[in-house]
Design a protein around this ligand. Structure first.
Ligand code: MSP
Length: 508
């Protein structure tokens, strides 16, 4: 029985090292995975690498090594970045691994045996950078419209998948599952693409040798996109570990940018239908990250390595910035200036300042001991806190990640505003108002506890440091919603530990 929340990143081409575009998707998936763990769910978070691409073979050749050697050399580069960005993946699949190649062969063989794969000839353009069969009408001056590079003209024997046969079934699936592709604009694009008519798809290449051989005709290799899509089932145990497969499949959400949504929301579900395997629940499409108004890309050499930013801003601010600044689902721009401005405005002045002033007051007015809450339970922050937990959950579970992060940031602002309004520093001067002062600081501390709890999926290190400063004995990673989200769990008498500022101000 399915009992695990399953989220995936695309598997990335390893012709180069990761840039902040790849990291954007991966961080978003990590936040989703961590949030579901916080809710007490079993989670399977998968990422990995797509190795059988001609671009990989080409760059290996240019470097005078075999594709295997090249990919072996690249994998540590990718893993190093994910580790530094605190990506909590449960599995990392490489399409060159046996567990993948064997199961992928099983899968295509099943399609062949069911009569949905047949031998034919492909004639037409092919863009190697996209690894995609194109139609003449799409080309601009004979070039791929995305990569602005000449296409190849292929004429070769290929095996074809009867994609056209699944047109009606796909349309029905879209109708019955209105949230299959989000956001809605993307769903509509895919619907009109399907309604426009589907052509059968080449699923093998004869002139290519770097790939997985077709089991019944080893002179062909599996088309790299079919090979790649299959990672989502092979990593889940398809064909090899049936019990595990049943507990994680279907995937809850495949996350990606717009460039590869057709593969995921048309070809992939049709392949699964043909094999009699359930279809993933959701395809979630985010926007492109633009640099200087253009899509950042390896081919155009505009890729920025994540470490260039992490070295300066730290990993938490890095994760926060992209989710907060670029509305999840829409295109957005990155610039150093906006990152610095947001860091100082939101994190240094907002989050960091809230934590340090509250902890400093608890230190000086109460010897660092959490005071008693007010009796009436009608505090401003307790009300806002309750709302926040609910709103945050609604946003997160519907993948409105920017709204989730923004709601937390808004709570931080409210908390800072509240402190200015009630001015505990003034209350502290009046001994007759000691009870009020206690109640206010308890509210503020409990607000900080909620902030640390909900920020944990987004900024795991900073949240952990804040949690420690609050002096709570239980480990943050063991906390579970909804219980942990109830107002008033912070125990009076707890000794807080003032520490270093969470987000020191940065100068350019
Ligand atoms: N190997 C295929 C995916 C196979 S999945 C079964 C591939 N790889 S890729 O390395 O080109 O990665 C594309 C994905 O990287 C995008 O869909 C997106 O998730 C991420 N991004 C790459 N550049 C990006 C931006 N500039 N902006 C946002 N996301 C970016 O396609």
């Amino acid at each position: 029985m399915k009992d695990t929340f399953y989220v995936t990143t695309p598997i990335y081409y390893v012709n180069g090292v990761p840039h902040i575009g790849h990291a954007y998707t991966t961080v978003a998936c990590d936040v989703i995975a961590r949030y579901h763990r916080l809710r007490g769910e079993a989670v399977f978070f998968l990422t990995g690498t797509d190795e059988h691409s001609q671009n990989v073979a080409r760059i290996a050749e240019e470097n005078g090594v075999s594709p295997e050697e090249w990919t072996d050399r690249m994998i540590p580069e990718w893993k190093r970045v994910w580790e530094r960005l605190q990506i909590s993946y449960d599995d990392f699949i490489r399409t060159s691994e046996e567990r993948h190649t064997r199961a992928a062969q099983e899968f295509v063989k099943a399609l062949y045996e069911r009569g949905d794969v047949y031998l034919g000839t492909y004639e037409g353009p092919y863009c190697v950078s996209c690894e995609e069969f194109k139609v003449e009408a799409e080309l601009v001056d004979g070039q791929c419209p995305i990569h602005r590079r000449p296409v190849e003209h292929l004429s070769e024997e290929n095996y074809f998948f009867r994609l056209s046969k699944y047109q009606d079934a796909l349309l029905r699936h879209y109708e019955d599952n209105p949230d299959f592709v989000v956001p809605e604009e993307r769903r509509n694009e895919m619907l009109s693409f399907i309604r426009g008519g589907l052509r059968d798809l080449s699923v093998s290449r004869k002139s290519v040798t770097w790939g997985i051989p077709l089991p019944w005709d080893p002179g062909h290799v599996i088309y790299v996109w079919v090979d790649a899509l299959l990672n989502y089932v092979t990593a889940a145990g398809f064909g090899l570990e049936e019990g595990r497969f049943r507990s994680v499949w279907p995937a809850d959400v495949h996350v990606m940018a717009n460039d590869i949504v057709r593969f995921h929301s048309v070809i992939w579900p049709a392949m699964l239908m043909a094999a009699g395997v359930p279809i993933p629940r959701q395809i979630c499409v985010h926007g492109y990250m633009l640099v200087g108004g253009e899509k950042m890309s390896k081919t155009r050499l505009t890729g920025i390595h994540p470490f260039e930013l992490v070295d300066f801003f730290g990993v938490d601010a890095y994760r926060y910035y992209f989710l907060r600044e670029i509305t999840f689902g829409r295109d957005g721009s990155f610039s150093w200036e906006s990152m610095l401005a947001r860091y100082n405005a939101d994190l240094a002045n907002g989050w960091g300042n809230l934590a340090s002033r509250v902890l400093a007051m608890v230190d000086s007015y109460f010897d660092g001991v959490v005071p008693e809450p007010g009796g009436d339970g009608t505090g401003v922050l307790s009300n806002l806190g309750g709302e926040l937990v609910e709103r945050f959950d609604a946003h997160m579970t519907t993948l409105r990640l920017t709204d989730a992060v923004a709601s937390l940031d808004e709570f931080v602002r409210e908390a800072n505003r509240y402190l200015v309004e009630v001015a505990p520093w003034a209350l502290a001067k009046d001994a007759s108002r000691r009870r009020e002062l206690e109640a206010v600081l308890y509210e503020a501390l409990e607000g900080l506890r909620l902030i640390a709890l909900l920020a944990f999926p987004i900024m795991p290190e900073a949240a952990g440091r804040l949690w420690e400063q609050l002096g709570i004995d239980d480990r943050l990673e063991d906390e579970r919603l909804p219980e942990a989200g109830r107002w008033g769990r912070l125990q009076p008498g707890t000794k807080v530990r003032r520490g270093d500022s969470l987000f020191p101000r940065l100068e350019s």
